[in-house]
Design a protein. Structure first.
Lengths: 160, 160, 160, 160
């Protein structure tokens, strides 16, 4: 088991709509199919679906948990790290990733998008946040047509 | 010197436009006039202008620096804390605040807005980010007409 | 209120013996008398006694709390920062200090001593940990005779 | 690749003596032989030797790096996480572990021992720190005769 070719973070809400779960599972499978590792926040919803998808293809999954209880990780996380940092762990998810795929999402997902773009880590989005200043759309998140295209674009953007 | 009545974070970019600096200085002064402490990221631009405003009224200013060098703080920070956490310190700025006033801003400011709303800390904005999902504006940041109104609204929202 | 001349951390247990509390209160007073700010973990025991001593002389006190609840701070903390980092905040206490005075102490205090010495921050001790490797005492913590001497030595060692 | 049976942290200095490196490599191999994952600080010296030992038996290795550069990880880390937290990452190494094996060590290792004991995580030591208060040895680190015994004792103490 060599280190993965690259690490892709999949960000999204813990309480997710059916389309978000389907997209996350497909994106997780695409991450593993590309020989990449998956990093996420380790909890339920989008995070769980993404890990399930990655594990279905034999991928390696890392969950950076907000609390101190390893058992809070979803059942498809191989490396569960209870950081005890609360939402400050979002910065660590981003640092651990060569690129981020954001799917749907709440405020936590928006913080991961913002932290990634601040750090220069590319972000590809599926039905996620759009942001503007003074009425003018600000580019940053690259929209993708579907989960497989999102992962392919993420890999292209980070040059791995 | 008793503890302040409340702590207000002022978030905004380190490289700021003239209007952002003017708004930040006025907001900082309003924070001090209200008997509140000011917390921020401790660096230049909006952070420095806000601290200068607060100090001009004898206010207490706290700067949570990303690096480990205390001397990176702007000259109007009374309590300079070199966290060494990088942008993960944005989560600590938000935790330290009863309410956040966001002025203009880049990706770091957007991360503070998102982390605050995730944590249930109210955010008032001046010329800052607007966010949407699937074309529909999502409420969260309360817009204010001017810096003094922003601080007053922040205090009202946090109930202090 | 200009920034303090230096920041001194006082480290010690939350559940403390009477001698530890007396020493902490006297050390806190000495920190304020020297024109320095006091930084600590913000809770009870040695932390509370040190803050009480500093406030009795009009000093500025900062408490870096492990949890997210500001109300967990003792009543003599002026700047209470709920970091939400758990014991990882011990590293921030050390980073915020020009020197550390360790009084008595449990494992948390030992971690602060070790983190300080790792970072090159001088540590002065009163009845605190002694450490050895293979039976040979390892120097690091400078022993002091009493609380006022400890603070004076801490200031001398950090060159402030 | 299911999650490991338990996670064992191996703590020790980045600049290590030959006996420390030999002990670390043997301990790392024992961790993998027991079906456990290895977590460490990800850098050189004891950390590198432990990872090399674990990888020689097909084990899974996690490195929690202090900086933001993944390439700082030693060549036997499978999951390299650039935390960007500096020495505050020592608290995360401890949180990620069911038990800690400390080998030799400097101040950073002592901080990991102290943080583990504070958190209730058992620590087994090989030629590492001894600690005392007022001249009386304080128990905490369980001494082991050799690397394989250390890992066995660590597993016994954490009940995995």
């Amino acid at each position: 088991m060599p280190p993965p070719r690259a690490w892709i973070a999949i960000a999204g809400p813990g309480e997710a709509a059916p389309w978000e779960l389907e997209a996350a599972e497909e994106a997780g499978a695409a991450v593993a199919d590309a020989g990449c590792g998956l990093v996420c926040g380790g909890l339920g919803g989008v995070m769980e679906a993404a890990c399930r998808g990655a594990r279905s293809r034999g991928g390696l999954t890392v969950g950076l948990l907000p609390g101190t209880d390893r058992d809070a990780a979803n059942g498809w996380v191989v490396v569960a790290l209870p950081t005890g940092l609360g939402e400050a762990r979002n910065a660590l998810v981003v640092r651990a990733a060569d690129a981020v795929v954001a799917i749907g999402g709440g405020w936590g997902t928006l913080s991961e998008i913002a932290l990634a773009l601040k750090a220069g880590v590319p972000v590809v989005g599926l039905g996620t946040w759009e942001v503007a200043r003074e009425g003018a759309r600000v580019e940053g998140v690259v929209a993708a047509a579907d989960p497989r295209a999102a992962v392919a674009e993420a890999l292209r953007l980070c040059g791995r």
